[in-house]
Design a protein around this ligand. Sequence first.
Ligand SMILES: NC(=O)c1ccc[n+]([C@@H]2O[C@H](COP(=O)([O-])OP(=O)(O)OC[C@H]3O[C@@H](n4cnc5c(N)ncnc54)[C@H](O)[C@@H]3O)[C@@H](O)[C@H]2O)c1
Length: 248
Amino acid sequence: MTGAGGGIGKVTALLLAAQGAFVAVNDLDEASALSSVADIRSAGGQALAIPGDASDETVAAQAVAEVMQARDRIDILVNNAGVSVVAPAEDFLAWDRVLRINLYSQFFWSKAVAKAAMIPAARGAIINVASIAGLAAVPHQLGYVVSKHGVIGLTRSLAVEWGRYGLRVNCVCPGITATDLTTGADGMASERLRARIARVPLGRMGTAQEQAEAIAFLASDEASYLTGLILNADGGQMALHSGVMMSA
Ligand SMILES: NC(=O)c1ccc[n+]([C@@H]2O[C@H](COP(=O)([O-])OP(=O)(O)OC[C@H]3O[C@@H](n4cnc5c(N)ncnc54)[C@H](O)[C@@H]3O)[C@@H](O)[C@H]2O)c1
């Protein structure tokens, strides 16, 4: 699991471990990867830290080799690492960085895991974390929106190519969710956050636990006939045509 040192990734890693998975925890921040591993172990689960930059193809290949050496199988890959940079399109400079982390990393890890573990075993579940910004645009988040639209295309492409090997590839599109990305020090301005929440029919942000439950479901055998699915976990936001919540 990439980006599993914090936010949705950490909560998902803890949930999958509680359900019996041995979890390999990747994060750019080594200390948070180690802290997720410690938390999983103290809850009685099994985990291994594989820190590093998920957007580096060499890091992905080495991490997958390390996990294969330790366990000789990989059943689930969660491509979760992601960053958001807010700027007007005409001044947006972080194109390369955002696309590499949010989109390229998901292809690098999928390719490495499929080739080394899942295609030879003729089974496996890949869950890509996109966003509702992969389904419609959000102003001033150009790189994020483009990368997340790409994740949806990646999910569909891999699902149709790898179905014949027994692999399932699905995608979760979280709506606004309380993590460092939104409510943390480098998160969204409170006005932007309020405006986003006002467009959620359920009237609140999602929690990392709710996103983790959606990811864990797609990883489970209960989802055995689901592939190429783009699952909105957004409190109904994408169902709202007018984009504005109002009383009758
Ligand atoms: N929070 C939301 O509202 C929201 C909404 C839609 C989609 N998402 C998506 O969910 C995923 C997780 O987001 P979050 O809200 O938990 O964010 P977060 O910032 O709380 O956590 C992201 C984690 O990824 C790690 N990370 C960043 N760059 C990395 C890299 N290059 N290599 C490895 N790890 C890296 C960070 O260190 C951090 O631990 C992202 O893909 C994000 O785009 C979040």
